[in-house]
Design a protein around this ligand. Structure first.
Ligand SMILES: Nc1ncnc2c1ncn2[C@@H]1O[C@H](COP(=O)(O)OP(=O)(O)OP(=O)(O)O)[C@@H](O)[C@H]1O
Ligand SMILES: [Mg+2]
Length: 224
């Protein structure tokens, strides 16, 4: 069964009396246990598509289904709180909070079943992703870009979600760090049965995914 499906998504900006379509009847589906990439030129609408899939914005037409249920019916906030982990290109961490405090935030608002000892879980998760305790206790604005990206990934995983959406998560990293992050995503999909969808400019990342899509002129097609 598909965990996430977009059906006939339409999204446009009004340009005078004309509509400029960013997404035109876009349909795509994603299953658990797979690592997907979405490529496309700058301005092609990748971030727009992710924002619709993660319920940060709503389409002008079409639906997004999570486990066969319309996310509108689930409720956008509830869906974001319980069902999806989002990783932004600019991290969106709270800069003066420590790494572990940033990871604890979604754990405090989710309704998912998570272990009671949230602090231990948060430290373990950070450690798993390569942030040792001494760094976990540091305000995130005192961490490097690559370290902050890892914190953002730990935060996305903290609520035990099955679906992870990431917008150019390695955009600011060097090649070695990029590969480490990609290896984490692959492991999440293939060993932990999660569905991972990553927007990227990188062909090297695309060839490592189970399925790559190309977004062009509002239409999504298989990327070869
Ligand atoms: N508020 C707005 N009004 C008009 N057009 C907008 C607005 N916000 C975004 N756009 C346009 O929508 C298009 C899609 O933007 P989007 O951010 O989804 O692209 P992208 O594929 O993520 O690009 P990048 O690779 O540079 O991140 C762009 O052409 C952008 O200029
Ligand atoms: Mg973008």
């Amino acid at each position: 069964m598909m965990i996430l499906e977009a059906k006939d998504l339409n999204y446009y900006y009004q340009d005078g009396d004309k509509r400029r379509y960013i997404l035109k009847d876009t349909s795509v589906s994603f299953e658990k246990g797979k690592f997907y990439t979405i490529l496309g030129q700058s301005g092609s609408g990748k971030t727009t598509l992710l924002s619709l899939l993660s319920a940060l914005d709503s389409p002008h037409g079409g639906t997004v289904l999570f486990n066969d249920e319309d996310i509108k019916k689930i409720g956008y906030e509830k869906y974001r709180r319980n069902n999806v982990g989002i990783i932004f290109q600019s991290y969106n961490l709270i800069p003066t909070f420590t790494a572990v405090e940033n990871v604890l935030i979604p754990m405090s608002i989710t309704e998912n079943d998570i272990p009671e000892d949230v602090k231990t879980v948060a430290y373990n998760l950070l450690d798993y992703i390569g942030i040792v305790q001494s760094k976990a206790d540091r305000p995130v604005n005192k961490l490097s870009g690559g370290e902050q990206q890892r914190v953002a990934i730990a935060r996305a995983l903290a609520t035990n979600v099955e679906l992870i959406l990431a917008d150019e998560p390695t955009g600011n990293l060097d090649e070695e760090m990029e590969q480490e992050i990609i290896d984490i995503f692959k492991k999440m999909a293939h060993e932990h049965d999660k569905c991972v969808v990553v927007v990227t400019h990188s062909n090297e990342i695309a060839v490592q995914s189970d399925q790559a899509y190309l977004l062009r002129k509002g239409v999504l097609s298989s990327y070869e």
